[in-house]
Design a protein around this ligand. Structure first.
Ligand code: TXA
Ligand code: MG
Length: 356
């Protein structure tokens, strides 16, 4: 795909949105050729201002791809009504075409034009939208959505993100935006603009830089397309919160993922990951949780010293990336409690540690 060469950064500082930053954070996983790589990153990554949003919307309307921040992770966006744009998303990620995408919309009114909402769905939306919750619902026959976006299913996954940059982009574009996480298929989701650049910088036209994404884990995926609500992916909205509102929620049948994206191995680091670690092995790095870390690790990063699960979730993917490099031979992770956001953290860690 051809790429716009114009510098991305044409926002005057006074017009930038609060969240945006001009910094292209150098991370340990950036390639060594700093000069050239940095130049390419600066050409692609833009702070957020009205001009940048207008350019992003124009690119999306023309069928091109734009990465943008949401409150969960960065998304790789394309016009959800444009079959070719959606095909480009699959190609850029190297994503298998049986794995459908999430469609992002500005609010319930836009969502109801695409999917069939019942009372349960409206109740959930009233409580958790905008926010990190995706609903799987029957797709309207006249939705106008790309067939590929739903990978041929009769349902569609849909959400209204809370991040102000995502909201502004949806308003400016005036179309539903299909956006998977902006990483190559099977790898760790990006929580900073620089991560997106490392993952798929050669495949897209623009990265809107909204700084670090605050939640840090992907949205919860809740299936309300049939009888009992089913949790297809734990995420930013916890299963406890959903059960309180809806009553019992089914877990997806083991071995038969209803959500095609929930493959056993996902979110993979290059180095092996060891969970529930309580003592050091040579020459591992450690992701610590809580005040005390066992001694002897080559390097330690703290998901949260105070044992705060929201802080740990926000740090998880960036810290996995930061430690995924020589001289370490593996990454160990201390036990994370299995409640609230801890379930979503452990879900990602188990998939990252699963045999490939
Ligand atoms: O937080 C998020 O959800 C991020 C941001 C960018 O919004 N997006 C994201 O998208 O994580 P992605 O494509 O990486 O994950 C979408 C998940 C996959 O597990 C996919 O299989 C599932 O949603 N999914 C999508 N459509 C579905 C459908 N119709 N039925 C069941 N599962 C579906
Ligand atoms: Mg993903």
């Amino acid at each position: 795909m051809s790429r716009t060469r114009r510098p991305a950064n044409n926002c005057s500082p006074s017009r930038r949105l609060r969240h945006s930053s001009t910094r292209v954070a150098p991370t340990p996983s950036l390639p060594r050729k700093r000069g050239r790589v940095r130049e390419a990153a600066l050409a692609l990554i833009s702070p957020v201002c009205p001009e940048a949003l207008a350019r992003a919307a124009g690119l999306l309307q023309a069928g091109r791809l734009v990465a943008f921040p949401t409150e969960t992770v960065y998304g790789l966006g394309g016009d959800a009504t444009n079959e070719r744009a959606v095909a480009e998303i699959f190609a850029a990620k190297g994503r298998p075409s049986f794995n459908p995408l999430i469609v992002h919309v500005g609010g319930l009114a836009e969502a109801e034009a695409l999917a069939i909402f019942d009372d349960r769905a409206r109740r959930v939306v009233a409580k958790f939208w905008p926010g990190p919750l995706t609903l799987v619902l029957p797709r309207r026959a006249d939705s106008g959505l790309s067939l590929l976006a739903s990978a041929g299913l009769h349902t569609v996954a849909i959400r209204t993100p809370a991040h102000e940059v995502a909201q502004a982009l949806l308003r400016e574009t005036g179309r539903p935006i299909a956006a998977p996480s902006a990483n190559r298929s099977g790898r760790v989701s990006p929580t900073k603009a620089a991560h997106v650049f490392e993952e798929i910088g050669d495949r897209i036209d623009l990265i809107l830089d909204g700084g670090r994404t605050p939640v840090g884990l992907e949205s919860t995926v809740l299936d309300l397309s049939s009888g009992t609500p089913a949790l297809l992916r734990p995420g930013g909205v916890t299963s406890e919160q959903l059960t309180e509102l809806l009553g019992p929620i089914a877990a997806p049948a083991a071995g038969q993922p209803k959500s095609p994206g929930m493959l056993a191995s996902h979110y993979a680091t290059s180095l092996p990951l060891r969970l529930e670690a309580t003592a050091a092995r040579n020459v591992e790095a450690l992701l610590a949780f809580g005040p005390d870390a066992p001694p002897g690790f080559a390097e330690v990063l703290w998901l949260s010293r105070s044992g705060d699960l929201a802080e740990a979730a926000a740090n998880l993917f960036a810290m996995l990336r930061a430690l995924d490099r020589p001289p370490f031979t593996g990454i160990a992770v201390m036990p994370i409690p299995e409640h609230g956001l801890g379930r979503a953290i452990n879900d990602r860690l188990r998939r990252a540690a699963a045999p490939r």
